[in-house]
Design a protein around this ligand. Structure first.
Ligand SMILES: Cc1ncc(COP(=O)(O)O)c(C=O)c1O
Length: 454
């Protein structure tokens, strides 16, 4: 079995000591994603707050975006060592922290992050709210593309800015009319070591369409609604798109032309299925890096959301100064010692774990697709190119959109995220989190099938 401790010699372990990077050591037998770790009675938002949130006891929760997997062994070890040290005073990131972050993005995305560009914040949503306040005034337009991660809307509205929506367009899946239909493929049936390899492509039982950007509407709204900031979700939660280079370039061209800043939320960048690749938006050109605030975090990738740590990359020094001033004016200037320690060890030593995890998730995706095809063909999977959140289209089931949440909760005994949470465009959809042991996913799908059988 994998023994993380061999890699470390001190509390704040690093590769300065020649301990090496785990990449390429082989990983299949070292991480067991089938292991069930009970989470009830751990103050887990996902598991312990059903009643407070109006859900009946006994619902299986596959809603909020955290995973039912323990963090990588290296992170657990770092947490143990930090705890055992016993003193939890103020802390700051040092050079090895930045080195671990930079190596991760250099190696995986060909994107270089120099330390002076990094601003540490307690989470991405906090970073988004800070950007809204730093770069726009009350009443200014801030654009999003619904259906999208709901805190985007909340942060715009709660900060008294004008929400401008450029709805994504669901194409029928045949590829016709797609801006970039030949670009990134889907993972259908191509899973290395994956499951069933269920049939795929237009016409197959479980597959729904593909979401595209309406660029004419995007540009028109930026101009007519005086949009100062575009909050971009890349990869996109919940529709699962990993945007192609051409799409990103088109966005960049329009934003440059109309002086619109871009906040690129790339928190899901490490979850990309075969056939797709994530391009860091700010890596497209220096010109674009200059108008971009990139949000990165180890929280989704390594399941660290409760540690509240994210790294915001701002290349433009003027924007960075403004941003930091806003951050400090909110009283945030010291960092969580566990968050810093976890982030560093995750990026330093967690590569093999993540590669293994993505393979497992791809297997879960194959399983989900095959299950729907065989047993619930009226529910269509919007094939995700990335993220561990899948978007299911229930519009062909005959259940009215207004009654869908009730069906999911009370007939299927599941707690998912209802589609309209992501905007009215999500009516008739549900988002299911597949980052769980396959046994739990099987239970969820059996419950869903059972709901339809009633
Ligand atoms: C697109 C996106 N951004 C941000 C977050 C949350 O980030 P944080 O917990 O760091 O605020 C999530 C969580 O699901 C997300 O999907």
């Amino acid at each position: 079995m994998y023994n993380a401790s061999v890699y470390y010699t001190e509390v704040y372990m690093s590769y300065d000591e020649g301990l090496g990077y785990t990449e390429g050591l082989g990983y299949d037998d070292r991480f067991d994603f089938d292991e069930i770790t009970p989470r009830a009675n751990t103050n887990s938002l996902k598991y312990d707050f059903a009643r407070e949130r109006g859900k009946p006891d006994g619902v299986l929760p596959l809603w909020v975006a955290d995973m039912d997997f323990k963090s990588p062994p290296a992170v657990l070890e770092a947490m143990r060592r930090t705890a055992e040290h016993g003193i939890f005073g103020y802390s700051m990131p040092r050079e090895p922290y930045y080195k671990a972050l930079a190596t991760w993005f250099d190696t995986r995305f060909g994107y270089h992050i120099s330390p002076e560009k990094v601003v540490v914040t307690p989470g991405v949503v906090f970073a988004i709210a800070t950007a809204i306040r730093a770069f726009t005034k009350p009443g200014d337009g801030v654009l999003i593309q619904r259906p999208v991660y709901y805190p985007f809307s909340q942060m715009i509205i709660m900060n008294d800015r004008k929400l401008v929506n450029n709805p994504l367009v669901l194409q029928d899946g045949s590829g016709s009319g797609a801006f970039d239909s030949g670009g990134s493929g889907t993972s259908c049936g191509g899973a290395p070591g994956g499951g069933s390899g269920a049939s795929c492509g237009s016409g197959s039982g479980a597959l729904g369409g593909r979401y595209e950007i309406d660029f004419d509407d995007f540009e028109r709204k930026i101009v007519s609604e005086n949009v100062k900031l575009f909050i971009f979700c890349s990869p996109h939660n919940p529709v699962g798109r990993v945007w192609s280079r051409r799409e990103l370039e088109k966005i960049g061209e329009i934003c440059l032309k109309h002086n619109c800043l871009i906040l690129s939320d790339e928190v899901h960048c490490d979850f990309v299925f075969p056939g797709n690749s994530h391009q860091v938006f700010a890596g497209l050109s220096e010109e674009l890096a200059d108008i971009t605030i990139s949000c990165t975090a180890p929280s989704k990738t390594f399941n660290l959301a409760g540690l509240q740590i994210s790294n915001i990359i701002i290349a433009n020094p003027k924007l960075r100064v403004k941003y930091i001033k806003e951050l400090h004016s909110a009283g945030y200037s010291e960092y969580n010692i566990f968050g810093l320690s976890a982030c560093r060890s995750a990026y330093e030593f967690g590569g093999a774990w993540v590669d293994s995890l993505v393979r497992y998730l791809n297997g879960n995706l194959d399983f989900l697709r095959a299950y729907l095809t065989e047993k619930i063909p009226s529910v269509k999977l919007i094939e995700p190119e990335g993220t561990y959140l899948t978007w299911l289209d229930f519009r062909g089931t005959g259940i009215p959109a207004a009654k869908l949440d009730d069906f999911i909760i009370n007939k299927a005994n599941l707690w998912l995220d209802g589609g309209t949470m992501f905007g009215e465009e999500g009516a008739g959809f549900q988002r299911i989190n597949i980052a769980c042991p396959r046994a739990a996913l099987t239970d969820a799908l059996d419950r869903l099938a059972g709901g339809f059988a009633q």
